[in-house]
Design a binder for this molecule. Structure first.
Ligand code: AMP
Ligand code: FE
Ligand code: FE
Ligand code: ZN
Length: 284
C-alpha cells in the first residue's frame, strides 16, 4: 500500500462514544482532506462495514480497527488494534465480555447517581445507538440532557470523576492479553495515548513483555500525552524499535479533538499495513 497524504489512526463513531455514524465520520475525514483514517471504536467492530462502504464512496483509505479496553493493576490502558480478523473467536469472546460488563457497570453508576440527581437508565439509553459500546460519555450526555451539567467535559470533571463517589470500574483484560489477542487475530497492536500523565507510563519491564508479545507501536502524538511523557515515549520507541504514531482521537462533537490534528508518517502506515494479516484496508 502506498500512502499519499495525511492519515489519522484513531477515531470514534456512534458505534462507541463518537457522535457521528461511521459513514458520516468517513465523510468528515474526506472533507478534512485526510488521505485515510482508522476507525477505532471502543471494544467493537460494528462500524467496519458501513465505514468501509463510505470510504469506497469518498475515495479515502480506511483501516478498520478497535480501541480495546485493558487494565494493568489500577491503570486503564487503551490498546489500538488494526486490521485483525473481526470474526476471531478470542477477540469476539473478550469484546463481548467487556461490552456486557460495561452495561452492568453503567447501570450501577446510574443507580448511584440517581440517589442525588434526577437520572434514570432510560435517559442513558436515549443517548446511545442500538448495540453501541456504552461508556461514561453516554451517561455524560444524559446528564447534559437533564440539565445537570453543560457538556461532557463538565460531567467528567465532576459527577463522572472517579473521586466523586459514583464511579465503578468495568471488566478489562491485561494489556499483555490484549496484545496477544490482537496478534493472534492477525492484527497490529499499538498502545493509545500511553502518557496521559507522565508518571503513568507502563513500567518498562512490563512494556518489554508487550514488545516480546508483538506490540507494534506507541501513539506518541496525541493531545492527552504530557510533553515530558511524549519525550519519554520517543526514547522508549527508539530503544525497543517501536513505531511512533500520531492521531486525533476524534469523537465528533463529544470532544474538542479535531480530525487530523495529529497524523502518522506515511512509512509508518505502510509498515503497519504490511504487518497485518487479519483484514485488508480499504484503499482510497
Ligand atoms: P469509560 O471507558 O466508560 O470509563 O469512559 C472513558 C471514555 O470517556 C474515554 O473513551 C474518553 O473518550 C471519554 N472521555 C474521558 N474524558 C472525557 C472528557 N473530559 N470529555 C469527553 N469525553 C471524555
Ligand atoms: Fe472515547
Ligand atoms: Fe482512549
Ligand atoms: Zn479513543
Amino acid at each position: 500500500m502506498q500512502v499519499r497524504g495525511p492519515f489519522d489512526l484513531h477515531t470514534h463513531s456512534s458505534v462507541s462514544d463518537g457522535t457521528e455514524v461511521p459513514a458520516d465520520l468517513v465523510a468528515s475525514a474526506a472533507a478534512a482532506g485526510l488521505a485515510g483514517i482508522a476507525l477505532t471504536d471502543h471494544d467493537s467492530t460494528a462500524g467496519w462495514e458501513s465505514a468501509s462502504a463510505a470510504a469506497r464512496e469518498h475515495g479515502v483509505s480506511l483501516l478498520p480497527g478497535m480501541e480495546l479496553s485493558t487494565r494493568h493493576g489500577w491503570q486503564s490502558v487503551h490498546l489500538l488494534g488494526y486490521l485483525f480478523d473481526p470474526a476471531d473467536a478470542g477477540i469476539l469472546a473478550e469484546t463481548e465480555r467487556i461490552r456486557h460488563d460495561r452495561i452492568t457497570r453503567a447501570e450501577t453508576m446510574v443507580a448511584r447517581i440517581g440517589h442525588d440527581y434526577e437520572l434514570e437508565w432510560d435517559d442513558v439509553l436515549a443517548q446511545t445507538t442500538p448495540d453501541a459500546t456504552i461508556g461514561r460519555p453516554h451517561i455524560a450526555d444524559a446528564l447534559v440532557a437533564k440539565g445537570h451539567v453543560q457538556d461532557r467535559g463538565e460531567a467528567f470533571a465532576t459527577i463522572l470523576h472517579w473521586r466523586a463517589g459514583y464511579y465503578e470500574p468495568h471488566y478489562a483484560p491485561e494489556p499483555l492479553e490484549g496484545v496477544r489477542l490482537v496478534r493472534a487475530a492477525g492484527g497490529v497492536p499499538v498502545i493509545a495515548h500511553p502518557a496521559v500523565s507522565s508518571d503513568r507510563i507502563l513500567p518498562e519491564d512490563y512494556l518489554r513483555r508487550l514488545v516480546d508479545a508483538g506490540l507494534f507501536g506507541l501513539e506518541v502524538h496525541h493531545r492527552d500525552n504530557s510533553r515530558a511523557g511524549a519525550k519519554r515515549l520517543l526514547e522508549l520507541a527508539a530503544k525497543y524499535d517501536l513505531a511512533v504514531t500520531g492521531s486525533s482521537d476524534y469523537h465528533g462533537t463529544g470532544k474538542l479533538n479535531r480530525l487530523g490534528e495529529n497524523t502518522t508518517a506515511p512509512e509508518v502506515v505502510e509498515r503497519l499495513v504490511a504487518a497485518a494479516s487479519g483484514w485488508a484496508p480499504v484503499l482510497g
